[in-house]
Each structure stands twice: as C-alpha cells, then as structure tokens.
Design a protein around this ligand. Structure first.
Ligand code: GLU
Length: 292
C-alpha cells in the first residue's frame, strides 16, 4: 500500500539527519523474509543449540509502536524490531511462523528476561549501565534519540527546557520518562505504553509526549493532522540493544556476529526499508557493535 500523498518533515538524530516522509496512511509495513538457515550447527549446551533444536523461539517486542513493533490485523507484530527478531531467528534455523511474539512494555522487560518468559527482547530497548546490571545486550542495532511530540497547533514547546513544570506523558520504566523529570523538571504523567499517551495529549491533559524520536515519528505518521514533533532536534542518545539473560556471553556474541553479517549481506538494510524505512527515508548504518 503506497501513500497517496506525502509530507516532508525533518527529524535530526543525535548524530545524523533522518529525512522523514510522513505518509497519510502511516507507512505500510511488510516483512523482509530473511532466508532461514538450514540445519545450522552450534556448540552443545549453548542457547543457540537449544533454540535451534527446539525449532522455536519466544521474542518480546512492543505491540503498539508503529514502524518498530505494532500488532497487525492478523495478530502478528510488524516493524523494524520485529524484522531484527526474525533475522536472528532465521540464523538459528527458525522460520517466522515458529516465533512466538510476546508483548513487552517498557517496565517489564528486565523481569521478562530474568523470569525466562522470553528468549530475547527486541523492543526499542535502550542499552544502559543500570539495565546491564540485570540483563545483557547485544547490539546496538540502531541509535535513536529522545524527542517531544505535541499537538499540531502547539507553538509554545520547541525544546525540552520548555516543558519545565508542565504535564508530560511518558512510559513508566523508560529512559525518556526519567530524563524529562530529572533533567528538565517536567511533571510526569505516567502511562504503561506510549499509545496510552495519545488521548491525554489530544485532550490537552498533557502538553507533550516524550520518548524516542522514531517512536514519535511513527505516531505522527499515523496522524499528521493531529500531532507533530516539537522540533527536529533530539536531546539524548538511545542505542537500541537486544535484551538477553545476563551472562549468556556466547549468545550475546553470536547475535552480535549475526547483526554484523546482516549488515554485510544487505538483510539489515532490507529489514529497515520494508518497515520504518517506508516513513523514515534515510537508511541507517549499523552502529558499531559494543562487544563488552
Ligand atoms: N528507548 C527507551 C527505553 O528503552 C524508550 C523507548 C521504550 O520505552 O521502549 O526506555
């Protein structure tokens, strides 16, 4: 499905300019169909061997974030995070229809990994030292940055300093919720998911929503007449990692290898272009992998 008309907007990430072409129907997402490895072999007792021989994997992602992870009409999520998950599963020899997708929200990701409810999480999940005390991260596979979204008619908020003392919606357990309070003095109106912030913004119960630029760009692309980004600037760095059980170093390093391989063979680019790239026209370069 192609948009009938396009609008141009600019979103500047911390490092690079992302040209956004916001489409009226929100950038349809499809799948990149990564080729499934045939009988890959792995060292015994590794997570790779276990998952590959089981022939299935449970992956946590977002279900309400257009472009990165959004549940479709068929009940399956679509988006760039979903494609990254499919890429890793395919390298384990697991086809997309053998992936069980579980909704993970910002506040439950560490718990879901620790409790073994998921084998990995690909969910706009910022790598940081605090989270690294609880879980491991492969990647980063993308770098976003925090931004603000406001109603289309708002003229008073253009930068994070403008939200001091104002009601701002963000999600419990997320890095942007902490930053907007601790660094910029906003009054946080917490929600469980970003989509739950949309009505409070529309109704002017809050003056802005804050989270990563690409998440907000997804919402703007769905409703360009209602919402806009407050500015094309971002004010944090949010490197997205794949969350895993702590100290599963072999799995983490293997996933890092697969991310690098997907960059070389074009499947990373294809994953972007079939999803977020339908709206955000600049294909990112795979960031340097952090092999800590
Ligand atoms: N990337 C940020 C985080 O991990 C915001 C997006 C999210 O909540 O998933 O907290």
């Amino acid at each position: 499905m192609k948009a009938f008309f396009r609008r141009k907007s600019l979103l500047v990430a911390a490092s690079a300019a992302l040209a956004l072409s916001l489409s009226a129907c929100g950038g349809s997402s499809t799948t990149s169909n990564p080729p499934v490895a045939e009988k890959p072999s792995f060292a015994a007792d590794t997570t790779m061997a276990k998952l590959s021989s089981a022939g299935k994997i449970v992956i946590g992602t977002k279900f309400d974030q257009p472009l990165f992870g959004q549940k479709g009409l068929d009940g399956k999520p679509v988006g760039f995070d979903v494609e990254i998950g499919k890429l890793i599963a395919a390298k384990l020899g697991i086809p997309a229809d053998k992936i069980e997708w579980v909704e993970t929200v910002s506040a439950n990701r560490e718990q879901f990994i620790k409790q073994g409810k998921v084998d990995m999480i690909v969910a706009t999940y910022t790598i940081n030292d605090k989270r690294k005390t609880e879980v491991d991260f492969a990647g980063p596979y993308y770098e976003a940055g925090q931004a603000l979204m406001v109603n289309k008619d708002n003229t008073t908020i253009t930068k994070p300093e403008d939200v001091k003392g104002k009601n701002v919606c963000s999600v419990t357990g997320s890095t942007p919720a902490a930053t907007i309070v601790e660094k910029y003095g906003a009054v946080l109106v917490p929600a469980a998911t970003y989509s739950a912030c949309l009505e409070p913004l529309r109704n002017k119960q809050v003056e802005a929503i804050t989270t990563d630029n690409v998440i907000l760009a997804g919402f703007v692309s769905k409703e360009p007449d209602a919402f806009k980004l407050a500015s094309d600037q971002t004010f944090t760095k949010e490197p997205y990692g794949i969350g895993l059980k702590k100290d599963d170093t072999a799995f983490r390093m293997w996933i890092n290898d697969q991310l690098e391989a997907s960059d070389k063979d074009g499947s990373y680019k294809k994953a972007w272009e079939t999803t977020a790239g339908t709206v955000i026209k600049t294909t990112p370069a795979l960031p340097t992998i952090d092999r800590y």
